[in-house]
Design a protein around this ligand. Structure first.
Ligand code: ATP
Length: 334
């Protein structure tokens, strides 16, 4: 029996989320500012000799078959690289499920990275990202991590400098949101208020936390707040308790606030924990890929010219070829 391999699968929030148009195939073209946060699931992988993929999890309601993205990620690598061994995978969930934090996508990303390590396959990150894209539009970002602009249907990624040091308060209400429902009820022809994504990129480039929080916006809130006004209430309370900005992440229902001190974020978390309408809270830092955040200007300099885009026409072709296998995870579709 080989040693088990344990990986952290980090959640994301959207600092900004704009939807540009609905494509003819039903997918939505988006412009999003993605931010990895240090709230993570633990994925453990171990080879087995029975030749099967066997999943277990601490959450009883999580599917443990091919409906689970971890299963599909392992299977994708086994098939692509003709691996006869089976894999046992445990999924210790801490990221709220169906909450707009890409929980399933990041677990799949960790499984792809883990399979590469477990079987010493030497797959490049670019190649892993291509495999990830066949499983879901958010998976490439979950492999890349950090701060990024995400365009297309979520597959065109441009890395951005790390945001300044701050604290995120994550609040998951007791109700969940279906991504499909939210996109189905998004009517782009209406007079919509769109977030200033370009302004936010500038603020990120200038290491300007106030400028970032000032521009936080998510078009999908205009759908979810109609059905769940509690989201407005949570945001108002976060601001009242000291958040520079508060926003719903992705298609919800998670709401996050950005604070400059851990103490203030912690106090706000205490307030929400007493609320029976809140299921889970967490106070976490943003995940930064580069230099320590105590030296933000160095980060900035380091990344100013970093505009490499993780996208190719091959990815797009491959993606459209797999359309029949997509589920709600795989794109921003209604
Ligand atoms: P996104 O932000 O990408 O829209 P989400 O955070 O809203 O995703 P997930 O937590 O990924 O949503 O869960 C959506 C559905 O995916 C759940 O109903 C769950 O049953 C299924 N699922 C499959 N695999 C996983 C996994 N490893 N972790 C969580 N959910 C999973």
């Amino acid at each position: 029996m080989t040693q088990p391999l344990q990986l952290k699968a980090y959640a994301k929030v959207n600092l900004g989320l704009d939807v540009l148009r609905r494509r003819e195939d039903g997918y939505h073209e988006v412009r999003m500012i993605m931010q990895t946060v240090k709230l993570f699931d633990l994925i453990t992988l171990q080879k087995n000799t029975c030749g099967q993929i066997r999943l277990s999890s601490n959450l009883p309601y999580l599917p443990l078959n091919e409906k689970n993205l971890v299963y599909r990620a392992i299977n994708t690598i086994r098939t692509a690289y003709n691996i006869p061994d089976g894999v046992d995978a445990t999924i210790e969930k801490h990221i709220p499920v169906a909450a707009g934090m890409a929980g399933g996508s990041t677990d799949a990303a960790a499984a792809l990275v883990g399979m590469n390590q477990l079987f010493s396959l030497g797959i490049t990150q670019e190649e892993l990202i291509k495999h990830g894209l066949t499983l879901g539009a958010d998976i490439p970002f979950c492999i890349m991590r950090g701060t990024a602009l995400s365009e297309g249907i979520g597959e065109i990624l441009t890395p951005l400098p790390s945001i300044p040091a701050c604290w995120f308060l994550i609040v998951k209400p007791t109700f969940s949101m279906s991504t499909k429902f939210v996109y189905e009820n998004l009517h782009l022809d209406e007079q919509m208020k769109h977030p200033d994504i370009d302004g936010m990129i500038q603020a990120i480039n200038h290491n300007d936390l106030t400028g970032i929080t000032y521009r936080m916006g998510n078009v999908l809130e205009q759908v979810t707040q109609k059905h769940y006004p509690a989201i407005i209430q949570i945001k108002e309370n976060m601001r009242r308790l000291g958040a520079l900005g508060a926003l719903m992440s992705g298609s919800g229902s998670t709401v996050f606030g950005i604070f400059t001190s851990r103490e203030a974020a912690g106090k706000a978390a205490e307030f929400f924990r007493k609320d029976p309408g809140i299921k889970q809270t967490a106070v976490v830092r943003p995940f930064s890929k580069d230099l320590p955040q105590s030296k933000p200007h160095k980060n900035h300099k380091h990344f100013t010219n970093s505009t490499k885009k993780y996208h190719s026409s091959t990815q797009r072709e491959k993606y459209s070829g797999k359309r029949g296998r997509r589920n709600t995870h795989e794109g921003h579709k209604s």
